[in-house]
Each structure stands twice: as structure tokens, then as C-alpha cells.
Design a protein around this ligand. Structure first.
Ligand code: ATP
Length: 359
């Protein structure tokens, strides 16, 4: 059964951290909450975990009411586990004891596993690849191993909902990539719903079934990674997820007249919100540069960076800087004047277009 938040507001004193949040996590779904620092991601997760209570609205977890403004079911009765960015391990407990403690805390034996907790611990140790480390104390583990303990502890009581708060941000870049695969594998094995908080769009795009983009305590857009990336509904989503350049001008029917030139660009399925704000978004890889001729939008190349399979250019258009990524064979030089035109949306695969979204 699904988990839902209906019309949730959360105030801390006079400050409203969450505004009218309506959200459904489908059974077995991997849902990423993506947004910048301070947008309310952790607050949303803490409401689901039961560490905070909503100011208004209701929360249902696995079909049962978990909270409203008057009543809050405590964390241990929610069938929910949480994985923290800081690992949150207890220094006096070894790996095995961490898992045992979590199972006791969530009354694992009540789930029909009486007498089977030892075999469940073995199973979980194997899932996270820590079979040989069960007696180690946290101080004797690497960062990656600590996060595996924290994952083991979370999945051991078989929660219906697994909450993850930036679980990879304390790991180095290589380990982060490896752990993305591990967490996806773990999702397949446990079949739990996952709510995964991150400010890293690469992580959200790579792992989630759907992404919720948040900004300033509000939901900006909910959709599949492809939807969010190719069809951003708001300027914020276009820039935060796709690092889009926002060109200003005027939309009339399906034509966009640029503010800095007589050039007209055609619609490419943009949202009403973008059009109402008179914006034409283009991600760096959606920009074409060429030698200028009449009646084109032009700019001057300010910087050029070699990036292995492409060059990244910054271009000054009447004082506004835009960024373009071009294949190696399409080379331009610093100081050169160029014409800027859109490439078609959806050219190339999602994976190759995203490239390295952490840049
Ligand atoms: P980050 O990515 O930096 O962790 P976040 O998106 O998770 O940020 P939250 O931690 O949910 O953001 O915080 C949202 C807002 O609510 C912030 O402005 C924060 O200062 C405020 N806030 C969070 N907890 C409290 C609290 N206990 N008391 C007062 N304000 C709070």
C-alpha cells in the first residue's frame, strides 16, 4: 500500500518550512526528493519518520494514518527505517549488535520471525557484503563500510518505507558511484518503497523511478527522470536539474522573439509556466554555435575548457553569460564571435546528454 502526505504544512515558530505538500510514494517505488540546501527535504523525511509532527495535514504510511495535527504515531510503530548522511552508528556496538538493536527496536519478532533473528542477521550481512565484518566496531570501519552497516540496520526489520537522507554525501566520488548501484540492488531485493533525499541531480536522475523537485518548501514538479530532464515545467527545474540557460524574450503563440535580437525561435513543447514567464530554456548541450551571419543571436566566447569528449564554452551575449557544450570537432576560439541557435530537444540519449551532471 502507498504512503501519502496530504496538504502538509510545517512551521518552526513563525517560519514555514513546508507549504501544502501533497505527495504519494507508491508501493515499492524509488522516489527521490531533489532540491537545494534549506528547501525542506530533511523536514519532509523527518515527518515521515515520526521525528517531527505536521502543523497541518495528514500522513498515511502503508495505508495506516501515522500523523495529523493532533495525533502522531511514534517512529518505532511506523514500519519505517532511516539511513542518515552521518551514518549515525553507536561507537560501543559492533556491526552485528547494530543490526540486532534495530530489529529489537522495531519489534522484529512480532513480524512472525520469532527465533529467526540470527538467520536474518546473516542474510542482511550478506546483502550488504559485510559477512566478514560482523565483530568490527565502527572505529575499525571505512566510510563505505560504515554506510553499509547503516543500510543493514535499516533493512533488517523489513520496513515498508526506507527513508534515506543524503546517504552518499560523506563518501568520496568513486565510492558514491559504486554505492548508487548497491542501493539500487538493495531496493530490488527488499522491495521496500524508498524515499531518497539528495541535492545531487545526478543521483536522483540515475536511481529514482520518479523525482520530486523542491524549492523554498514547495514542490516544483514531480515526474520521471526523463520528464524532469526533458520537460521542466518551471525555470527553477530547468536550471537546477538541467543547468539550462534561460533566454529572455517574448512568447507569442508558438514563437519566441529574443530580447537581444530580431531572431525568432520555435516552440519545442515547453510548459505553460515557462511561456507565461517569457523564457526559452536551453541546456548547454542543446546549443549550437556557428559562424555568424545576419539576423542571428550572437555572442563572444569568453572561456573554453577541454573536458575529454567535448569543449565547454562560456559566451557573453550583451552582458549575459551562457554556457554551451560542443563536440570536439566543432571548435571555436576565445574572443571569437559566434551565432547561437537551438539544437532540437531530445537529440542524443538521456545518458549521454546528462554526461556528468555533478559538474
Ligand atoms: P539541507 O540539504 O541543507 O539538509 P534541507 O532541504 O534538508 O537542507 P531542512 O533541513 O528540511 O532543509 O530545513 C528547511 C528549513 O527549515 C531551513 O530553512 C531550516 O533552517 C529550517 N528548519 C529546519 N529544522 C528547524 C528547526 N528545528 N527549527 C527551526 N527551523 C528549522
Amino acid at each position: 500500500m502507498s504512503t501519502t502526505m496530504v496538504n502538509i504544512n510545517k512551521n518552526f515558530g513563525k517560519f514555514q518550512a513546508l507549504h501544502h505538500i501533497d505527495l504519494t510514494v507508491k508501493d515499492g517505488e524509488f522516489l527521490a526528493i531533489l532540491g537545494p540546501s534549506g528547501c525542506g527535504k530533511t523536514t519532509l523525511l523527518r515527518l515521515l519518520a515520526g521525528f517531527e509532527s505536521p502543523t497541518d495535514g495528514t500522513i498515511e504510511i502503508d495505508g495506516k494514518e501515522a500523523a495529523n495535527s493532533k495525533k502522531v504515531i511514534p517512529p518505532e510503530q511506523r514500519n519505517v527505517s532511516m539511513v542518515f548522511q552521518s551514518f549515525a552508528l553507536w561507537p560501543h556496538m559492533n556491526v552485528r549488535e547494530h543490526i540486532q538493536f534495530a530489529m529489537d527496536y522495531h519489534r522484529f519478532v512480532d513480524k512472525g520471525w520469532k527465533g529467526k533473528s540470527a538467520s536474518r542477521i546473516e542474510e542482511v550481512l550478506q546483502i550488504v557484503g559485510l559477512e566478514k565484518f560482523e565483530k568490527r566496531m565502527p572505529g575499525e570501519l571505512s566510510g563505505g563500510q560504515k554506510q553499509r552497516v547503516s543500510l543493514a540496520r535499516a533493512i533488517a526489520p523489513e520496513p515498508k518505507l526506507l527513508l534515506m537522507d543524503e546517504p552518499l554525501s560523506n563518501l568520496d566520488a568513486e565510492l558514491r558511484m559504486e554505492m548508487r548501484h548497491e542501493i539500487q540492488k538493495l531496493h530490488r531485493l527488499t522491495k521496500a518503497s524508498i524515499l531518497y533525499v539528495t541535492h545531487d541531480q545526478g543521483e536522483a536522475l540515475a536511481m529514482a523511478d520518479r523525482i520530486v523537485v523542491m524549492n523554498g518548501g514547495k514542490i516544483e514538479q514531480i515526474g520521471t527522470p526523463e520528464d524532469i530532464y526533458y520537460h521542466p515545467e518551471t525555470p527553477f527545474v530547468a536550471t537546477f536539474v538541467g543547468k539550462a540557460n534561460l533566454f529572455e524574450g517574448r512568447w507569442k503563440n508558438s514563437s519566441f522573439s529574443h530580447v537581444d535580437s530580431p531572431v525568432v525561435w520555435e516552440d519545442d513543447g515547453f510548459s505553460k509556466q515557462l511561456k507565461d514567464k517569457n523564457i526559452y530554456p536551453l541546456r548547454p548541450e542543446q546549443i549550437n554555435l556557428s559562424h555568424p551571419s545576419d539576423k542571428q543571436l550572437t555572442g563572444k566566447i569568453i572561456t573554453k575548457q577541454f573536458q575529454g569528449k567535448e569543449y565547454h564554452y562560456s559566451i557573453d551575449i550583451n552582458g549575459k553569460i551562457i554556457v554551451a557544450h560542443l563536440p570536439l570537432q566543432e571548435q571555436f576560439q576565445i574572443g571569437q564571435h559566434v551565432a547561437i541557435t537551438p539544437r532540437k530537444h531530445g537529440d542524443g540519449s538521456l545518458a549521454s546528454e546528462i554526461g556528468n551532471p555533478n559538474e
